[in-house]
Write a protein of this length. Sequence first.
Length: 291
Amino acid sequence: MEFEKNLTVPYLKLRYFAFNCFEIKFPGGKTLVIDPCLNKEGRFSCGYDVNDLEGCDVVYVNHSHGDHVDSLGKVYDRFHPLVMANAVTAYDLCVQYDVPFIQMLPYVSGDTFDFGDFKLDILHARHALNNLRRPSGKEDPFDNVFFKPGMKGPTYATELEEKLGNMGTLYNNNFVLSTPQNIQIGFFAGNPGLTAPEDRNMWKNIHPDIIFAHRAKYTVDYANMMADVLELTGARIMVPMHIEDAYSGQYDPAEYTANINKVCAERGLVGRAMFLERGQWYQFTSGVNKL
Ligand SMILES: [Fe+2]
């Protein structure tokens, strides 16, 4: 009698590009693109563009800032996907990126969308705290954490761009993605380390297999903050995202995840973190190995 030594079950493939932009391929054939920002060169450049995408049935927009939505028009031109965005920003995104209104699925927190190959449960979220600028632009002593006196806020080419910029700070949504194969992916963009009580208290009841988590800056206690996310959610795999600072050479990604994983080991956690190389496909699997 002969028994097999191991079993590997592939369940989804994904690629990371820039900021929070992912391309996820499901076993049923559908493709989800998150936060389309794909510029080969120039503004927000990452060395890849929309022509590098292999497919796109649905686009998910976390918020309406340029680094999350800059390529929406080009992605729509190429694939004619459904586009999901917060209901408050949906109309303006259609106008700015020339997406037909009928192709937009506006969402609010608490909505569920079941596409068959995957289901999205929409969660409340906030933008990462990096901007205390007042609408008037007046100097404010409480703003000294992020902006030095006299520093200007972002500049926009049009009124609509400015509105989408401000709306992007106001309206952010994360999600939990589930597949018919019982896989759950949590998408957490916002204040790194789940430091806000409303984030922490919501996510502690969600137990995804994989969590895409906004990276904590390398200048703070990132190893403990990122380990907190794995501990709180019980996720087994963490993929840090919005890692432009790693690509600009500010820290070594392997050292960053090694330090997170060291803390995870010290805490006795099962979960571990891994950076994904831009543009590279990764296969996620479940498996059994004979010992
Ligand atoms: Fe961003």
